[in-house]
Design a protein around this ligand. Structure first.
Ligand SMILES: *Cc1c(COP(=O)(O)O)cnc(C)c1O
Length: 449
């Protein structure tokens, strides 16, 4: 009986998979302020050409450069686990597998794209990267990657997280990055927010505005985003490519796949390589799992919106709760984004993937159950996928079906123990976002012809 299915380093995928090649309709273009598709040149102010080309590419396979593969071998291929102890606890006939992305140095899937982005920027002659981070996972991943490829990294960290998660900040600083609590008085966007509210707790949207503004105003500096964009999801497909091979070695194929969904990168990363099979006629259900308190896919609208609060980014056609949506302070910080990847959004809109929302208490109950059976303490974001997989496994226990379930354990929760503390003390609550608040924020969507 095998618990972990490993791949040798020699089987690290050589190419990323681009889902755009198998989508029934081409991805909706990004739009500029004039309502016209953004020309690739416009993105060159903040991204290297190679990443802009990946962003727009419809090639099915894109080669992973050798230095990126070499960096990835520090933690990849990541193990696929069969969750037998969880299955026994649930008395389910379902087979539960999970891909463990907690094994990277930063503790989540995010370094998979960080090392690729750092590499391409260095190759383009860039010296510095600016970025934002919410709970700190992306900032620490980029700090690590900057260190590996010799780039300086500046991180705008959402103020509330900066204060609540001091050890994520230390981690970024240990890897050599500069970290500032956003909003800062160093950028026009930050100063504007502080003028209106000197005590602003910050948000991901505000921090993105600050980081983009800095990158756009310095020729030696580019911007790096940890999720949402097509090239980020592309780099994350290494997760699903490995998982597909590992399941093949185990003699299995998933009926249902679950991943937590914030901006969509770990969901796209795990699910898209299986979408290729689905596009070829194979039956597999791909389920994005989001918080009930930031219900982008399940309660948002499919419309053009900005990626940030100040409206500096191009408009993307995506499921959105409105770019000035202020999500409640739930602990799954990585899932508190107002929008979603355009690729994930379009596939959802076309009925090719599914989404479900889980409330906070159910996610922590699932996380504790997982920790008490499988041992690993999942990140609060990952608990969303654990919860959805547990729901499906329980349905199998009821119906007697022997489904094969696969989920993404996108990260560990070692920096989130304050959240577990509050859960264990009974201090956490569910937030249901009121329809009126969603409508108010959606009233500010940009008008597109
Ligand atoms: C950032 C993060 C997520 C959510 O981000 P996606 O872009 O949707 O992948 C999920 N899990 C962990 C551990 C994260 O750090």
């Amino acid at each position: 009986m095998t618990t972990k299915i490993y791949l040798p380093e020699s089987e690290l995928p050589t190419h990323w998979y681009n889902v755009a090649a198998d989508m029934p309709n081409p991805p909706a273009p990004y739009l500029g302020p004039d309502g016209r598709p953004v020309p690739p040149e416009a993105m060159l102010a903040i991204f290297p050409e190679t990443l802009v080309m990946q962003e727009m590419s419809s090639e099915r396979w894109i080669e992973i450069p050798a230095p990126v593969r070499e960096a990835l071998t520090l933690w990849r291929p990541s193990p696929l686990y069969r969750a037998r102890r969880l299955e026994q606890l649930l008395k389910t006939p379902a087979k539960i597998y999970y891909k463990n992305e907690a094994v990277s140095p930063a503790g989540s899937h995010k370094p998979n794209t960080a090392v690729a982005q750092a590499y391409y920027n260095r190759e383009a002659g860039i010296r510095r990267l600016s970025t934002e981070t919410g709970a700190g996972q992306w900032g620490s991943s980029l700090a690590l990657a900057g260190q590996m490829f010799g780039l300086d990294v500046r991180v705008y960290m959402v103020r509330v997280s900066y204060e609540q998660k001091p050890y994520r900040r230390s981690m970024m600083q240990t890897w050599g990055a500069e970290v500032f609590a956003s909003p800062t008085d160093m950028t026009e966007s930050g100063r504007k927010v502080l003028a209106a509210d000197p005590d602003s707790p910050g948000s991901l949207g505000i921090a993105i505005s600050e980081a983009v503004e800095e990158a756009a105003s310095r020729p030696d500096t580019n911007y790096a985003l940890g999720s949402v964009l097509n090239h980020v999801l592309l780099h994350q497909t290494i997760i699903g490519l490995e998982a597909r091979r590992q399941l093949e070695l185990a003699g299995d194929y998933p009926d249902m796949i679950f991943a937590p969904c914030g901006g969509g990168s770990n969901f796209g990363g795990l699910a898209f390589p299986f979408f290729a099979d689905k596009a070829a006629g194979r039956e597999v259900r791909l389920v994005a799992v989001e918080p009930a308190s930031c219900p982008t896919l399940t309660r948002g609208v499919y419309a053009y919106d900005f990626g940030d609060t100040a409206g500096l980014t191009p408009m993307m056609k995506m499921y959105t709760l409105g770019h000035d949506f202020m999500p409640p302070g739930i602990h799954a910080g990585g899932l508190r984004y107002h929008g979603d990847s355009a690729l994930v959004s379009q596939l959802y809109h076309e009925g090719l993937i599914e989404a479900t929302a889980v409330a906070q208490l159910e996610t922590f109950a699932a996380g504790v159950m997982f920790a008490q059976s499988e041992g690993i303490i999942p990140a609060p974001e990952s608990c969303h996928a654990v919860a959805a997989a547990i729901r499906a496994a329980r349905e199998c226990a009821q119906s007697g079906e022997t489904k094969t379930l696969l989920f993404n354990l996108s990260g560990h929760g070692h920096f989130d123990m304050a959240a577990y503390d509050r859960y264990l003390r009974g201090e956490l609550t569910d937030y249901d976002y009121p329809e009126s608040a969603i409508r108010a924020s959606l009233a500010h969507l940009p008008q597109v012809g």
